[in-house]
Design a protein. Structure first.
Length: 466
């Protein structure tokens, strides 16, 4: 009789000892002696591997020999209470079927590979305990995000991936074309002609879904996007990817205060979700990667974030310099704060997350609402311990004339912006939103140090493997 497969996560919850059971998975380790083999089997449903006990005289010698690290097997047996410490149950094997062997070229034979090496074998690294934990948490964070916004009455809105506009105006876009790059059509001035290109114009991969998100928010009231975004910035840092996922809520009728409340509430919800739903994986990461992790997550859930105007932040940093603190980059009113400055404020000065607001308009994007001082805009960055900037957002300039003036000043091509300006032309309203970098959230929640290790297949300058 065929026994239906039980996932290992569910097997651990059972107490029906003696019951026939089938589990399938990949062999993590095998050890044993002349009379009995112990196989640690993992099927990805949990960080915990189940112990399979195989009496040597019950099995063909060749079968036991081919059960090596990395092999995939199916085990029929009986659930028994585990006498050793650690796990609650194990399986006394009756029959073992081998689905796939793994010979001694299998790259994950030994434990303790470096993270750099694992990036080179990113096609196999999900089979390690570490990446299993990271990927299960990644799934859980995505679910938490959808659940949060759904419960709050936000609608999931699908902004396009291919676009003709540069939301951040930073010119960091990857072009999308079907033109023959060896034979580009050019006009008399030597400029590339796009009229014959697939879309009949120059198009790129989106850097942000915000502009389209604003169209939706000014119709549906509150929306969020959650999708891949692309930045061709040559930043080789542990916190930048060329392809990353972003969550961008956009809400009508909110002001700066509401926006900050939403940012704080949302992040706390996600972190709490991890604590409530991913404890096995977090405990593993806490042991292996960062033994302050769980404490830090709990602290964020229970702390009120600091709300700090940029001008005050600069003053704190200037005072720190006067008191002898050394930064690599200079600090002055008007500078774009570097990660070292943000981390000083968060990790050393306040020792908690900081929402920085009211930035000089020169260092922020064209769409941010100007304050009455005409020098600053209602931008917000949420700064986190270990990470630096995790969220960037703002109240939007809803006044048609002011927005147009800013677009002019920054020489943003108007022909690409008419549809965006229409939101301000017809029934404009106060509104705002933010973008959370999904992988930055993942860095925080997992304690991993490098953003390449919290996304399955990282894309960074000079690397696009798998
Ligand atoms: O601050 P950014 O550039 O803001 C925007 O794109 C706005 N349009 C968002 C909005 O208001 N709707 O990016 C938002 C967040 C950053 O705070 C950071 O967490 C993440 O996206 N991010 C990156 N994450 C990984 N790699 C990169 N290269 C990133 N660039 C931004
Ligand atoms: Mg930003």
């Amino acid at each position: 009789m065929e026994i239906r497969r039980t996932k290992i996560v569910d097997a651990f919850k059972k107490t029906s000892y003696g019951e026939p059971i089938n589990v399938k998975g990949w062999v993590r380790t095998k050890r044993g002696n002349k009379s009995v083999n112990f196989i640690a089997l993992n099927d990805g449903s949990t960080i915990n591997s189940i112990q399979i006990v195989a009496d040597v005289d019950k099995f063909d010698e060749n079968i036991l020999k081919s059960i090596t690290t990395g092999a995939c097997i199916s085990v029929n047996g009986r659930l028994v209470e585990s006498l050793g410490g650690g796990q609650s149950v194990e399986i006394q094997a009756d029959e073992i079927e081998i689905y796939g062997t793994a010979d001694d070229t299998y790259p994950l034979q030994k434990k303790g590979h470096s993270l750099e090496y694992l990036r080179d074998i990113a096609h196999l690294r999900p089979r390690t305990n570490l990446f299993g934990a990271v990927l299960r948490i990644r799934h859980n964070m995505a679910i938490a995000i959808h659940k949060y916004f759904h419960e709050k009455g936000f609608f999931y809105f699908h902004s396009p991936i291919i676009t003709a506009s540069d939301c951040e105006g930073a010119g960091q876009m990857f072009q999308v074309t079907t033109q023959n790059l060896y034979n580009l059509k050019k006009d008399e001035n030597g400029n590339i002609r796009y009229d014959d290109d697939f879309f009949g114009k120059q198009t790129s991969l989106t850097v942000s879904g915000q502009l389209e998100g604003e169209l939706a928010a000014t119709a549906l009231g509150a929306i969020y996007t959650f999708g891949p975004t692309f930045r061709a910035e040559n930043s080789n840092t542990p916190r930048h990817l060329a392809e990353f996922w972003m969550i961008e809520p956009e809400v009508a009728f909110i002001d700066l205060q509401d926006l900050m409340d939403l940012e704080e509430d949302f992040i706390k919800y996600c972190v709490k979700w991890a604590l409530d739903n991913c404890m096995d994986d977090l405990e593993f990461l806490n042991k292996l990667i960062d033994n302050g992790l769980i404490e830090r997550l709990k602290a964020v859930v229970n702390t009120e974030f600091v709300r700090l105007p940029y001008t005050e932040g600069v003053k704190i940093l200037e005072d720190a310099i006067k008191a002898g603190h050394k930064f690599e980059f200079p600090v002055y009113w008007g500078c774009d704060l570097a990660s070292e400055h943000e981390r000083y404020l968060v990790e050393e000065h306040f020792k908690k997350p900081v929402i920085m607001i009211n930035y000089p308009k020169e260092i922020k994007a064209f769409y941010m609402k100007e304050n009455e001082d005409k020098k600053t805009v209602q931008g917000t960055d949420v700064l986190f311990p270990q990470i630096g900037e995790i969220i960037g957002g703002s109240v939007r300039e809803e006044n048609y004339d002011k927005l147009l003036k800013r677009i002019d000043e920054l020489k943003i091509p108007m022909k690409d912006m008419w549809w965006y300006l229409d939101t301000r032309k017809y029934g404009t309203c106060p509104h705002g939103g933010f973008g959370l970098g999904f992988e930055r959230l993942m860095l925080f929640v997992t304690g991993m140090q490098n953003i390449r290790d919290v996304i399955p297949f990282p894309r960074t300058p000079k690397t696009a493997n798998f």
